[in-house]
Design a protein around this ligand. Structure first.
Ligand code: HEC
Ligand code: HEC
Ligand code: HEC
Ligand code: HEC
Length: 196
């Protein structure tokens, strides 16, 4: 099945760029430390800020690693020829977790691979962008590794929600985004009032 191998390999490579590395404005690739969801929680849990932490913690993404620890997952993994344990197969981890692709030295003290598809899986490794001064300036944060997701959110989701997922059953973007959306209320005031 050379075709399949090729697809997985190219997905693997594109996810490496998506997850582990970030493209800084100067054009060089930098590997940054993962700080973990607890670090983001400090500033992203209040009502005023929009409770991004709670929204994520209650989402299925937070359980994506646990899912790999089930018998069902090991069974799929074996059938596909990736080994006995799904949590040890990069072919499964690539869509179910962060941090597996870097040396563990790049894990901060609060980072947990068990957090599955976590803040930094989508927003980029936070080692250099979580200081308040940096977070407040989008362009500066981007240069420090925050990934710009403002455009093409759907295309971004489809990096994982696609037929390369062994259990793929389709992806309705509007419906799925509504389940995990976590905006900054002060930035989206207008939309909220219009909805009421
Ligand atoms: C020291 C506090 C602090 C920490 C820690 C922090 N943030 Fe933030 N973050 C903020 C604040 C404040 C804003 C709103 C900035 C503004 O005023 O527009 C923000 C904005 C953001 C935005 C929106 C960026 C934009 O301008 O569109 C994202 C995404 C984000 N944070 C992700 C994260 C992630 C992921 C982590 C953990 C790796 C994290 N933050 C950790 C304070 C923090
Ligand atoms: C890094 C890979 C990855 C990315 C990127 C990703 N997801 Fe997921 N998503 C998953 C995995 C893995 C699961 C299944 C987790 C489980 O069942 O344990 C999932 C599950 C979900 C679910 C729950 C499924 C259901 O039927 O309710 C929703 C909703 C969802 N994702 C929405 C999104 C949206 C919206 C985006 C884009 C903003 C997105 N995802 C981006 C990997 C990803
Ligand atoms: C499955 C991918 C995914 C995960 C996991 C995720 N986010 Fe997001 N996040 C997005 C997308 C996509 C957007 C919308 C694009 C944007 O506004 O930047 C977004 C938007 C945001 C915003 C709001 C920006 C705004 O303008 O309103 C903040 C703040 C944020 N995320 C923080 C976090 C934090 C903190 C976590 C973890 C607790 C987290 N995100 C987990 C994908 C994700
Ligand atoms: C291309 C990304 C991707 C890859 C690679 C991937 N998954 Fe998933 N996985 C997902 C997504 C997204 C979901 C949510 C349901 C769906 O749309 O497939 C999911 C859901 C699951 C579920 C829950 C199914 C359910 O709904 O009950 C299991 C179990 C699972 N994956 C196991 C695995 C195993 C084992 C591997 C490695 C052989 C793997 N996945 C590789 C993206 C992926």
């Amino acid at each position: 099945m050379p075709g399949k191998t090729f697809t997985l390999l190219s997905l693997f490579v594109s996810l490496l760029f998506l997850i582990g590395f970030s493209f800084s404005s100067s054009g060089d690739y930098t590997v940054r430390k993962y700080v973990g969801t607890k670090k983001c929680r400090k500033c992203h849990k209040s009502e005023k800020q929009g409770k991004q932490y709670q929204i994520w913690a209650e989402s299925i993404h937070a359980q994506a690693y646990e899912t790999l620890q089930t018998e069902e997952a090991d069974q799929i993994c074996k059938e596909m020829g990736y080994g006995e344990k799904a949590v040890e197969a990069k072919e499964c981890l690539q869509c179910h977790a962060s941090g597996w692709e870097v040396d563990e030295e790049m894990w901060g003290p609060k980072f947990k691979i068990e957090d599955g598809v976590q803040c930094e899986t989508c927003h980029g490794a936070g080692g250099d962008y979580t200081k308040l001064k940096i977070m407040k300036k989008f362009e500066v944060a981007k240069a420090k590794g925050l990934i710009d997701l403002r455009d093409n959110v759907e295309e971004f989701c489809r990096n994982c929600h696609n037929p390369d997922s062994p259990t793929f059953a389709g992806f309705n973007f509007e419906e799925m985004w509504a389940k995990i959306e976590h905006p900054l209320p002060f930035r989206h005031k207008k939309t909220k009032t219009e909805e009421q």
